[in-house]
Structures are given as C-alpha cells and as structure tokens.
Design a protein. Structure first.
Ligand SMILES: Cc1cc2nc3c(=O)[nH]c(=O)nc-3n(C[C@H](O)[C@H](O)[C@H](O)COP(=O)(O)O)c2cc1C
Length: 399
C-alpha cells in the first residue's frame, strides 16, 4: 500500500519507559508517517497493544504465530515495508539479542530481517547500562550502522540516579526524521576512499609515520556506504574498526597503498584520497632490528610516489577529491593543489590548530572546487563526510 507516506516500524520492548512510546507514536503519526507497532511480550505488560493500535490506526503485532488474513509471512512483509525501524524503549535484553543476531520473537525477527535503517533508544537501570557487556553490545550495533540515541542522566524509575532514562521523544523523532530522509544518492556507484597515515619502515620495529588517525576517511567510507555506494576503503594503520558495509584493505606503506588504490581506481565513480601518505620513505629498510650501538648518523630518504597526482593525470573519469593539510595560506595552497593534481575538490584544513585536525573528532575545513571556496564551521567528522559527499554527488551529476 503506497500513499506517499513513509512507513516507520516502531518496536516497543519491556521497559518502564514504554508509556513514553505512546507519545512517540502520536508525534510520528502527526508528522505524516505510517506507523506500525511491534511489541515484545514483555512490553505488553507495560502498555496494552490496544493503546498503540488506537494511536497508530494500524494493527499491532506481538506474536509471530498469529493468523494473517493475506497469508503473508508477516515479519518479512513488515521488514520489507519498513522505511525505518525504531526501537524505543530498547531493553538491555533486546540490545543483546539484536547484537548477536537472535530472532526469537516478532520484534527481533523483524529487526534482523529488515534492510531499513535502525534507530535504537535504550532505556534501563544505570548499572545495566554501564555494564561492559551492554556497552559492547551497543558498540556492535553502532558498528553495523544502527543509530543509537544514548539514554540521558536523571532520576530513574527504580530510584537510582544516573544514565538510563529514555532520550526525549523530540530527540527520537529528530533522529527518525534525519534517518528517514537519508538519501541513497550513491546507489550503484563505486566509491574508493583512502584513510590514515602510512608507516615507512626503518627496520622491523621502527618507522617514519604521522599523526593521522583515519577518522575522516573512515567517516567518508561509512557515509558513502549508507548512501548506497559499494565502498572500498584502503587504510594505513588505524585502530578504528572496519566501517559498516565497506570492503576494507589494510596496508602499511605508501607503495602498498598505491598498489591497492590503482587496482581499484578504474572502477571508481568517486575517489576520496584522505590518507596522509608519507612523502618520503627510508631508501633502505634493515631486515634486522638496528642495534643502539649501530644507529646510523643519517637516514637517507627516497620520495614516495604521489598517488593523487597519478590519479589526476590518468583522468579516469572519477570525481577526484584530494586533501590538503596546511599550516599557512590554506586557501591559496588548496587552489594550487586543485590545479596541480587535476582534482575536482580539495578538502583543506589548517593543521596548525592543536585542538582540531589530526586525531580529533571535529575539524574545520575549506572545500575548494574550480567554481567556489566554501568555509565550513567546526563540525564533527561525520558531518564533514556528508558535506564532502554532497559535493561529490553534485560534481558527478554535472559530468
Ligand atoms: C517493572 C519493570 C521495569 C523494567 N524496566 C526495564 C527497563 O527499563 N529496561 C530494561 O532493559 N529492562 C527492564 N525490565 C526488565 C525487562 O522487562 C526484562 O529483561 C524482559 O525480559 C525484557 O523483555 P524484552 O526485552 O523481550 O522486552 C523491567 C522489568 C520490570 C518488571
């Protein structure tokens, strides 16, 4: 049934905050969504299905075994119908089940079966929330692309004070709205992203490297995957886990990065070169650890290949995005780099600011194309990733 409305499947689990989901359902209906509620058995102890059926004007599902008039397998049809699934409140139990792929009731089976974005709003006692096992399960869900709206701090139903209160209905509605309109404008496209720094070996235990954490490139890769792209991420050493939905190649050196990038560049529609590739490498790397007493007075360096220039010169038809880490004359240097390396977009930032840039979660960047220079505010790296891909999609459309 399509009347232009997006379908939000609201999962309700057995927490005391389930009564607040009544307000959530009302707000979503008011905002023009079709809302279909699915409840766990435990949730029905807190709020009656009749309440949700009345608020949503749609049938409410609790059991997988109920007779369906149209003979459809309901958890699959519900999963397919969903433009988004939000679980609020989400118990520690359901977080654990979904994190481990369990599907033993209607709600968890639908959550496993759906391809739609998943928004989770946990609510529980503070000690349950803080337990390592819960935090690990939440991290698993986040790493798979779920949006987790952290519970807030305050007085809990059990009398304890701490984190565990369900986030406000307004913030859940906001997250749903943001996810529901998330564009899939890179569907069918190949996006190649590089991230992190490289390690150029001096001997088996020492290397020349830099401070790049890989956070920006990982954020770009994750965002591109969310927008429907097939994503290859080539990264230097980084502690970050593989982003959800990306094919990841982990390399150490600039030469390895070059080989991995060139192997995939021809298939790419968009190439985002955010890696901080070392410009130089030791001319020779000792195969044995160099003893303190044998330390050379000098290390002879050799130039590494300039991968971005090589890609620009090949002009393979992909939108090419380069990065410029500058300590002065950021705009001038970015414009020069755009021309010299035949890029379509340069993302430039001033790395002399100790609070921003390498290793931090936020950054302030300048986006330089042939036609425009845009100075963005200080933004989280995930937001910068969105801005970069918005420009890349526009450039792709102009081809
Ligand atoms: C009064 C009461 C309140 C509860 N509140 C919560 C809660 O806020 N969060 C939570 O994770 N579990 C809470 N529980 C425990 C869950 O109901 C229990 O783990 C149940 O098995 C969850 O089932 P479900 O995850 O299938 O909905 C509560 C239990 C009771 C009796």
């Amino acid at each position: 049934m399509s009347d232009g409305r997006k379908t939000i499947v609201v999962g309700v689990t057995g927490g005391i905050a389930a009564y607040k989901t009544c307000e959530l359902v009302r707000a979503l209906v008011r905002d023009g969504y079709r809302v279909k509620v699915v409840m766990t058995e435990a949730a029905t102890r807190f709020v009656s299905p009749l309440t949700f059926r009345t608020l949503s004007a749609e049938p409410v599902t609790v059991s997988m075994w109920a007779d369906e008039p149209d003979a459809k397998i309901h958890h699959i049809s519900l999963a397919e119908e969903a433009d988004l699934m939000v679980i609020a409140p989400c118990t520690a139990n359901v977080i654990a089940k979904i994190a481990h792929g369990r599907a033993d009731d209607m709600l968890t089976t639908t959550a496993l079966a759906t391809e739609a974005p998943l928004v989770i709003a946990p609510a529980m006692n503070v000690h349950m929330w803080r337990k390592d096992v819960t935090q690990r399960n939440v991290a698993v869900l986040r790493s798979r692309g779920a949006v987790v709206i952290d519970p807030t701090h305050g007085e809990l139903a059990c009398g304890d004070v701490g984190e565990g209160r369900l986030a406000s209905v307004e913030s859940i509605v906001e997250a749903v709205a943001a996810e529901a309109v998330r564009v899939r404008d890179l569907m069918g496209k190949h996006v190649l992203v590089t991230a992190g720094g490289t390690h150029e070996p001096i001997d088996p235990v020492r290397y020349i490297g830099n401070h790049s954490s890989g956070k920006t490139g990982f954020a770009v890769a994750e965002e591109a995957a969310r927008r429907g792209a097939r994503v290859f991420l080539v990264t230097g050493p980084s502690h970050l886990p593989d982003p959800f939905g990306c094919e990841v190649v982990r390399v150490q050196t600039a030469l390895q990065m070059r080989a991995a990038v060139l192997a995939r560049a021809d298939a790419a529609d968009v190439i985002v070169m955010s890696a901080a590739v070392a410009d130089f490498r030791p001319a020779t790397a000792s195969s044995d650890k160099i003893k303190k007493t044998d330390a050379p007075a000098q290390i002879t360096l050799e130039r590494n290949p300039d991968i971005l220039s090589e890609l620009g010169a090949r002009n393979g038809g992909a939108v090419l995005v380069g990065f410029a880490a500058e300590t002065s004359e950021v705009e001038e240097n970015a414009k020069a780099k755009l021309e010299a390396k035949c890029c379509d977009l340069i993302v430039a930032n001033d790395v002399s600011d100790p609070v921003l840039g390498f290793g931090t979660d936020e950054n302030r960047v300048l986006l330089v194309t042939r036609d425009a220079v845009e100075r963005l505010d200080v933004l989280p790296k995930a937001a910068i990733a969105r801005e970069i891909l918005d420009r890349a999609v526009r450039l792709l459309e102009e081809r």
